[in-house]
Design a protein around this ligand. Structure first.
Ligand code: THU
Length: 130
């Protein structure tokens, strides 16, 4: 199944009673496995957990630590951009040249690299002693 199909399918499971904005995400890790996530909101924090964060958590829980490709989809006029927090989460597990595809249900797509999505990202290497 393509990442687009996987993200489209999991989007149907999004729990978004506050925003009414359903998002689906699918990623392929460097092992070749596909992990999916949808946004899950709650009354205390109505923005909830993003779809991308869910897919990354599923990957980490399965023991994979490197993202090869990301796809995120929502029903909006323009391709849905990952929030700032998700950009940092993607950076943690992806090389800077990994491609993130942002998409709409209607078929529009925008591709950006991780470096383009979060230039100047704070990384673990910044905490290294020199
Ligand atoms: N959302 C995502 O899941 N991913 C994004 O890339 C953008 C926003 C969710 C969070 C929240 O449940 C809803 O969309 C509205 O912000």
């Amino acid at each position: 199944m393509s990442l687009r199909d996987a993200a489209t399918k999991v989007r149907e499971n999004a729990y978004a009673p506050y925003s009414h904005f359903k998002v689906g995400a699918a990623l392929r890790s460097t092992s070749g496995a596909v992990f999916v996530g949808c946004n899950v909101e709650n009354a205390a924090y109505p923005e909830g957990t993003c779809a991308e964060a869910g897919a990354i958590a599923a990957m980490a829980a399965a023991g994979d630590t490197e993202i090869a490709e990301v796809y995120v989809i929502a029903d909006c006029p323009n391709p849905v951009p990952p929030c700032g927090g998700c950009r940092q989460k993607i950076v943690e597990f992806a090389r800077s040249d990994v491609v993130v595809t942002m998409a709409t249900v209607s078929g529009r797509e925008l591709q950006m690299t991780v470096a383009d999505l979060l230039p100047g990202a704070f990384k673990r290497s910044h905490m290294d002693d020199d």
